[in-house]
Design a protein around this ligand. Structure first.
Ligand SMILES: C[S@@+](CC[C@H](N)C(=O)[O-])C[C@H]1O[C@@H](n2cnc3c(N)ncnc32)[C@H](O)[C@@H]1O
Length: 255
């Protein structure tokens, strides 16, 4: 990995932020829902039942709607993002919705925040995919108090290996090796270029959690609902009815 993924991704997100304003506005005004198919929180349960009074952090908050939902549930929320442009939208929407959130511009791989200052950490397509797993997960571990929980949602490894190398939508064909899955560089692809993302094989995710000390309390592979049609991001709904395009991990730092 020779590219500086942090500065590449910062540039990509600052340039792309204007395209995330409308989805951000919609999601700030919606009930909690997850991933590209908008699966309801009532079905998935990413949030702990008892968020009220917790110190919560979102790692890679984008337009900040997940943080808004946590603030609504009574958490004291810190929302961190690499992109000043995404944060500008997030701050504006938090103001409009009367949400008290501490926004920070920073890198989820090295937040600079104090040890053991949070009870709950979450990332939906933030650090979860844009940061090196072994680095941001150790940082999340450091930030959590004993007994703290971390939940993250991102691309399922299958969606990465089934995406053609030119960036075209994923298809039921294997385009890169699963073994050794690590970085996916979308900067120079022909179709819809973006930044640098990371993923691991399921075995490697488990090994990493164990190495750091996290207990896995839940894991779910997410599919497109039967009534979905068309293309969402780089994922055709028809593909994602047969193959999981997203995954959610629920982790705990033992007390
Ligand atoms: C897709 S958004 C995630 C937010 C929201 N849940 C969503 O799905 O729209 C990805 C965000 O991750 C942020 N990001 C990328 N790398 C990051 C890093 N190293 N530290 C913090 N945020 C990062 C980007 O700036 C971007 O705002």
């Amino acid at each position: 990995m020779t590219k500086d993924h942090i500065s590449v991704n910062r540039g990509v997100w600052n340039a792309d932020a204007r395209n995330w304003v409308a989805p951000g506005e919609r999601l700030w005004a919606s009930a909690p829902q997850w991933g590209i198919w908008g699966l309801p929180e009532a079905d998935l349960g990413l949030f702990p039942a008892d968020l009220a009074g917790c110190d919560a952090i979102e790692l890679g908050c984008g337009t900040g709607y997940v943080s808004g939902w946590m603030a609504q549930r009574g958490a004291r929320v810190t929302a961190l993002d690499l992109s000043s442009e995404q944060l500008a939208t997030a701050r504006r929407l938090a103001g409009q919705h009367g949400a008290e959130i501490t926004f920070l511009e920073g890198d989820a791989e090295a937040t600079g925040l104090p040890d053991q200052s949070f009870d709950f950490a979450i990332s939906e397509y933030g650090a979860a995919i844009w940061c090196r797993p072994g680095v941001w997960l150790r940082e999340a571990w450091r930030l959590l108090r004993p007994g703290g929980r971390l939940v993250f949602l991102g691309n399922h490894p299958l969606s990465i290996i089934c995406t053609p190398l030119n960036g075209a939508p994923c298809e039921p064909v294997l385009h890169r090796p699963y073994r050794g899955l690590w970085v996916a560089d979308w900067t120079d692809v022909e179709i819809d270029p973006s930044g640098v993302t990371f993923n691991l094989t399921i075995t490697d995710w488990f090994a990493l959690f164990q190495e750091i000390g996290f207990t896995v309390t839940g894991y779910q592979e997410l599919y497109a609902p039967e009534d979905m049609t068309g293309l969402q991001d780089f994922v055709p709904a028809e593909w994602a009815k047969n193959y999981p395009n997203e995954q959610v991990w629920w982790l705990a730092k033992p007390a």
